[in-house]
Design a protein around this ligand. Structure first.
Ligand SMILES: *[C@@H]1O[C@H](CO)[C@@H](O)[C@H](O)[C@H]1NC(C)=O
Ligand SMILES: *[C@@H]1O[C@H](CO)[C@@H](O)[C@H](O)[C@H]1NC(C)=O
Ligand SMILES: *[C@@H]1O[C@H](CO)[C@@H](O)[C@H](O)[C@H]1NC(C)=O
Ligand SMILES: *[C@@H]1O[C@H](CO)[C@@H](O)[C@H](O)[C@H]1NC(C)=O
Ligand SMILES: *[C@@H]1O[C@H](CO)[C@@H](O)[C@H](O)[C@H]1NC(C)=O
Ligand SMILES: *[C@@H]1O[C@H](CO)[C@@H](O)[C@H](O)[C@H]1NC(C)=O
Ligand SMILES: *[C@@H]1O[C@H](CO)[C@@H](O)[C@H](O)[C@H]1NC(C)=O
Ligand SMILES: *[C@@H]1O[C@H](CO)[C@@H](O)[C@H](O)[C@H]1NC(C)=O
Length: 608
């Protein structure tokens, strides 16, 4: 979205009640969403919205025990405490051992409403960050299914769910969200071999990827208003949480949840400050297009998150996301940071602190995390030490060239963080090495005195974790992610407070991953690409007419586990949809790719 024009317009023309403007000053709504009688198709059925993703593989031979944990109508919930629901483990199951646990969010809505960010927490541990779909006059329904097996330890004992959606209902924004939150427990029956990205292989040792024994929430205590996430409001704001872990931990992974709103909802399109200052712009969000979340432990940076560019359902042009929603918008990606090398510092039974900051942040980022901790069943105290830590200063580059409101800008950044440390437990003295490597490039062109904006961006986020015993290799996890994005917006004043906007968008989420243990090695790749073209006329914050078309190709190739979908929509209608879950074609090439990854990794290993 053109940062100048649209942001300025939305500020000037929005009926600026804080209510209508919760997380998204640039969120738009469709005019036709309001009055059903404007729709010539009285019988238009309820529209089903969806995010394209690989279906969750559930054990074939068992049917789940299902538990409705919350049924609630979210109307005027903004600024209130989260809605709570007690949880007790299911009693109607033949077994209390589950190989898969799935969270199902199902919601309906009707009328007109903004896209609302929401979170679901269990005992303060966030289990889902998501965005609601914007309803239509004729009604919508959507379902989000998430594999929450990694949170198993939390589901073994009674606990409390908390759900926060900052929704407002009034005579204009009429959409109430009717929500059911259900858990599906799949009893384990021995011989099921289904995929699980946290499983290293079908081994039975303690490093087979079983879920953590304990999950420590790194979130706000139940607030009197808002979600349990922390709010990071500017580039110097650091939100801290004190925590402690049992003294017999032997592994720890921090899972970070991130979303960005208001002035930073479209951070990748924010121009640099010299441009803002040079043009006396007062309401355009700036600080340039680079953002990173920095995670610190007792004041020392232990990892970073260079986030994927999730576009919420009202973003850029809301007609693009109906009914195919943007990548990640219904189930925001989370980011794992291996903390094990630092465990030696945390095993003293004392309080420590985790902090979240965002480089260049503008108001506001919602961040929290879950610390997954594995405990040594055979000892009361483990010990460890950090042996190496490197966090060289990141590199930044900016070239800014503008004349008046026209300009071209290049922003680049790189960062690496590495750590090594050992932990001695009944599993032996395990040394864990963790590496994160990031690169960022953004080229931005602003033309037509600010009415045209073209953004080309790519983020690379690579991580490697490599663990070994004194004389042998134990396991490794390698991930190379790339997030290409392209945005072209062209707007034109139409008079009487209206403007037209033509927007082309391309969003990609790619991940090459390889996971190995002494028992085996598995590799997979995901290529998920969305292209969208939209045009619309906007008056105030309402889309009065327009058209959106979206094409998406999702291709997951995991050797014996594959999923492919090619789907496209135009004007609310699916016009093409092809999917398959069989692997084909590149079987021979696959092991090679794995070994290539392996080599890269051995090179890394030589650094230790
Ligand atoms: C929620 O569950 C209730 C009871 O099963 C059902 O009547 C209702 O239609 C469900 N709502 C949604 C949004 O699925
Ligand atoms: C940044 O945000 C924090 C938290 O709201 C606030 O205390 C601080 O004054 C802000 N700093 C600046 C420079 O605005
Ligand atoms: C910005 O404001 C200053 C001081 O009011 C003025 O001299 C200058 O011409 C303005 N620049 C632009 C580009 O409007
Ligand atoms: C990440 O890994 C990919 C694939 O191995 C490589 O091409 C890229 O250069 C790496 N990027 C960084 C920042 O390390
Ligand atoms: C900016 O570019 C437009 C054409 O896109 C041109 O008409 C205008 O004069 C340019 N403005 C400046 C200050 O150069
Ligand atoms: C935007 O998409 C339309 C439809 O695919 C295409 O005709 C047009 O050339 C695209 N424009 C840009 C600038 O990419
Ligand atoms: C997806 O489907 C479209 C037809 O709608 C086709 O043109 C395109 O080649 C397909 N893409 C892939 C990767 O199969
Ligand atoms: C979109 O579909 C509606 C009917 O649902 C139709 O009235 C309208 O003309 C279509 N718009 C375009 C641009 O095809």
């Amino acid at each position: 979205m053109a940062p100048l024009l649209l942001f300025t317009l939305s500020i000037l023309l929005l009926p600026f009640t804080p209510s209508a403007n919760l997380h998204n000053t640039k969120t738009l709504l469709s005019q036709s969403d309001h009055s059903p009688h404007q729709n010539p198709h009285q019988d238009t059925p309820i529209t089903t919205f969806f995010q394209v993703t690989k279906p969750i593989k559930t054990p074939q031979k068992s049917s789940p025990c299902s538990l409705l944990v919350l049924q609630h109508d979210f109307a005027s919930t903004f600024g209130k405490p989260p809605v709570l629901a007690n949880y007790t483990p299911p009693t109607n199951c033949p077994s209390q051992h589950f190989s898969k646990i799935v969270l199902e969010w199902k919601a309906t809505s009707k009328g007109r409403q903004f896209d609302r960010i929401f979170g679901v927490w269990l005992g303060g541990v966030e289990v889902l960050r998501s965005c609601t779909a914007e309803p239509r006059a004729t009604g919508i329904v959507w379902t989000v299914e998430k594999d929450i097996t990694r949170y198993s330890s939390l589901l073994k004992t009674p606990n409390q769910f908390a759900v926060y959606i900052g929704n407002i209902v009034d005579s204009t924004y009429t959409g109430v969200y009717h929500v059911n939150l259900t858990l599906h427990f799949y009893p384990s029956n021995g011989d099921d071999h289904h995929d699980d990205k946290h499983k290293f292989s079908g081994s039975s040792n303690d490093f087979n990827g079983s879920p953590a024994d304990l999950i420590v929430p790194v979130s706000r205590n139940l607030p009197l208003n808002g979600g349990q996430w922390f709010l990071v409001e500017n580039s110097t704001d650091v939100q801290l949480k004190e925590f402690e872990i049992p003294r017999n931990a032997y592994r720890a992974v921090l899972e970070v949840y991130v979303s960005y709103h208001e002035n930073d909802e479209f951070w990748y399109g924010n121009p640099p400050n010299d441009y803002i200052v040079g043009n006396n712009l007062t309401t355009t969000p700036g600080n340039g297009p680079f953002r990173e979340v920095l995670v610190s432990l007792d004041g020392v940076v232990v990892g970073a998150v260079w986030p994927f560019t999730v576009v919420y359902t009202g973003g850029i042009n809301p007609l693009l996301w109906r009914p195919i929603t943007a990548i990640g918008s219904f189930d925001l990606p989370t980011y794992d940071i291996e903390i094990t090398p630092f465990l030696g510092n945390l095993l003293d039974g004392k309080q420590h602190s985790i902090g979240f900051g965002v480089t260049n942040a503008l108001n506001v980022w919602y961040i929290d995390a879950n610390l997954h901790v594995w405990l040594d069943a055979k000892s009361e105290v483990t010990e460890g030490a950090l042996t190496d830590y490197k966090s060289p200063p990141p590199t930044f580059s900016l070239s800014s060239n503008f004349k008046g409101l026209n300009g071209t800008f290049f922003t680049g950044a790189t960062r690496s963080i590495s750590s090594s440390g050992w932990v001695k437990s009944s599993h032996g003295k395990i040394t864990t090495n963790s590496y994160q490597d990031f690169s960022f490039i953004n080229s931005m062109e602003i033309g037509k005195n600010g009415d045209l904006q073209v953004v080309n961006q790519n983020i690379n986020a690579n991580s490697t974790v490599y663990a070994m015993l004194p004389s042998s290799y134990l396991y490794s996890i390698q991930k190379a992610r790339s997030f290409p994005m392209y945005l072209h917006t062209d707007s034109m004043d139409q008079g009487s407070g209206s403007f037209s906007l033509v927007a082309n968008v391309s969003l990609g989420f790619n991940e090459e991953s390889s996971v190995g243990s002494r028992q085996g090695f598995s590799i997979s790749s995901l290529n998920n690409l969305q292209n969208g073209q939209g045009s619309m006329i906007v008056n105030g914050n309402l889309v009065t007419s327009g058209l959106g078309s979206t094409q998406q190709v999702y291709n997951f190739d995991g050797f014996s586990d594959c999923y492919f979908r090619n789907v496209s929509s135009s004007n609310y209608t699916i016009i093409y949809d092809e999917s398959r879950d069989t692997c084909r074609g590149t079987q021979k090439a696959r092991p090679k790719r794995g070994f290539a990854g392996w080599r890269a990794f051995s090179t890394r290993d030589a650094r230790i």
